[in-house]
Design a protein around this ligand. Structure first.
Ligand code: KIV
Length: 263
């Protein structure tokens, strides 16, 4: 597979071809995932929960993210690598640029930040300086304490309209991608149609340009209750490679997520 770039993914959106994203945190899985036809790997701050055993993503540091980004970059076989800036590491545009620089130097091709219109200034500055940005809207786990839990966002008309406006504002500021987490499928479809940049969804229904899942969730090894939008692809597979390939195919063909896996 030749190297996937922003240009490749923008062209996929134009052509109406869906692409898949999976979290990766180490070199071995990076090699497996990027060899299995997954276009983008997300070094998510979910590593705070999945790898470190915390109850939220808040304790994750920039040093943690740089360490895991570096490992994923070493195993990569041509996928794009997106890395999360963790909690309180991008509160001002200056802090955001400094920390984004560290993740890009660790091997990221694009950084992801959670928030709404207040991110516009940082996105403008980063993109002017050559750092692509994905803006994460909807359920933003770093603000779980303010949101009062991990809940679906944009359910009423006013908050749905606000999210649509935020999406357009951040695209205009220079965001190269959007990620929508836990939003009603109809709202995610509306946002996807109203922006030109690719939109990745998780718990956002079948109409976004791409899907992302946490690796451990789709392998069925996350302890506890399975969120509605997760499918265990290991259930019908005899190897991890096969499960990941099935996930990529299901996203591409539009069979994942189903209506039952959407809000
Ligand atoms: O950190 C992460 O893994 C994420 C996904 C849940 C989208 O942000």
């Amino acid at each position: 597979m030749s190297n996937i770039t922003l240009h490749t993914l923008a062209a996929r959106k134009q052509a109406g071809e869906k692409f898949s994203v999976l979290t990766a945190y180490d070199a071995t899985f990076s090699h497996i995932i990027s060899s299995a036809g997954i276009e983008m790997m997300l070094v998510g701050d979910s590593l705070g929960m999945v790898l470190q055993g915390h109850t939220s993503t808040l304790p994750v540091t920039v040093a943690d993210m740089a360490y895991h980004t570096n490992a994923v970059a070493r195993g990569n076989q041509g996928a794009m690598i997106m890395s999360d800036l963790p909690f309180m590491s991008y509160s001002t545009p200056e802090q955001c640029m400094l920390n984004a620089g560290l993740l890009m130097q660790a091997g990221a091709h694009i950084i992801k930040i959670e928030g709404a219109a207040w991110l516009a200034e940082s996105i403008e500055k980063l993109s002017e300086r050559g750092v692509p940005v994905c803006a994460h809207l909807g359920l933003t786990p770093q603000t779980v304490n303010l949101l009062g839990g991990y809940r679906v966002q944009g359910k009423d008309n006013a908050s749905a309209m606000r999210m649509l406006e935020d999406a357009k504002r951040l695209e205009n500021a220079g965001a190269s991608m959007l990620l929508l987490e836990c939003v009603p499928a109809l709202l995610a479809e509306e946002i996807t149609r109203n922006v030109e940049i690719p939109v990745i969804g998780i718990g956002a229904g079948p109409h976004t340009d791409a899907q992302v899942l946490v690796l451990h969730d789709m392998l069925g090894i996350t302890p506890g209750r399975k969120p509605r939008f997760v499918k265990n692809f290991m259930a019908d597979s005899d190897s991890i490679e096969d499960a990941i390939r099935r996930y990529a195919e299901a996203v591409k063909s539009g069979t994942f997520p189903s209506q039952e896996q959407s809000f």
